[in-house]
Design a protein around this ligand. Structure first.
Ligand code: SAM
Length: 238
């Protein structure tokens, strides 16, 4: 495990990482920024960081909103080891567990769940540096893990609880929104943020066009670049 200085939410933090642990991306930033925008005054709340990787979302939130408890989990052993070390290092009040999806949290209820489990087309994840040795059994349209979280999180949320998740255009957006509407009372898109596809994925033109044709992903081709986006969704239980 190595300490790395990384920039998240416009600030530098020294975080423990291991090979095979997800390095935060722009989507990490969007989730943090939007969660803080909506919840900057919260206290005494239980917050679940699902698909925690290095634990970065809990680390930044714990620094900005005091007196809350953070719970973090991931299916990857390496990610859990890093998160545990980072929780200790940053003296974060809470606990870290290893496990598939929401399984580690039976009998727990949260005020907020921030879902960041892998959420792009598995065909692209396999080719991407982002997901080198990082689990991403997401299906060709990138939705299988996200849909499972949406369907199951209601019972892990307290009354008035809220689920936050990124909707990445490298997945089937409509499928996710349709299921979210079925399971949650109120749905809000907090932000839509554009970004360019990284160079390592740009070269897979045939695959990108094939996935887009099947509505598995979405992008625009502009300025000689693939333009993608992440929307941040807020789903309220009641
Ligand atoms: C996009 S990364 C996000 C990591 C971290 N939140 C960040 O922003 O750096 C997705 C994470 O989901 C985890 N993951 C993938 N499948 C999972 C599953 N079935 N259950 C729990 N976590 C999973 C991966 O190991 C990875 O750490």
């Amino acid at each position: 495990m190595k300490l790395k200085k990384i920039k998240v939410n416009n600030e530098f933090f020294s975080i423990y990482f291991n090979k095979g642990v997800f390095m935060p991306t722009a989507t990490t930033d969007f989730l943090i920024k939007d969660f803080l925008k909506k919840n900057y005054k919260i206290k005494n709340k239980k917050i679940l960081d699902l698909g925690c990787g290095s634990g970065i979302i809990s680390i930044i939130l714990a620094d900005k909103i005091k007196n809350n408890t953070f719970f973090a989990s991931d299916i990857s052993n390496k990610a859990v080891m890093c998160s545990k070390r980072n929780f200790l290092n940053f003296k974060i009040n809470g606990e870290v567990k290893k496990g598939n999806m929401l399984k580690p949290w039976s009998n727990y209820k949260f005020d907020y769940i921030i879902n960041d489990v892998s959420g792009i087309s598995s065909s692209l994840a396999k080719k991407s540096k982002w997901f080198k040795n990082v689990p991403a059994l997401t299906g060709a349209d990138g939705t299988s893990l996200t849909l499972s979280v949406i369907k199951n999180s209601i019972k892990f949320l307290k009354n008035k609880g809220c689920l936050y998740l990124p909707l990445i255009s490298l997945s089937n957006e409509k499928k996710i929104i349709d299921i979210a509407k079925k399971y949650f009372k109120k749905i809000k898109i907090i932000s839509k943020n554009y970004w360019f596809l990284p160079v390592d994925l740009e070269k897979h033109t045939t695959l990108l066009n094939k996935l887009k044709k099947k509505n598995n992903i979405n992008f625009e081709y502009k300025f000689g670049k693939y333009v993608c986006y992440t929307k941040v969704l807020e789903l309220k239980k009641n």
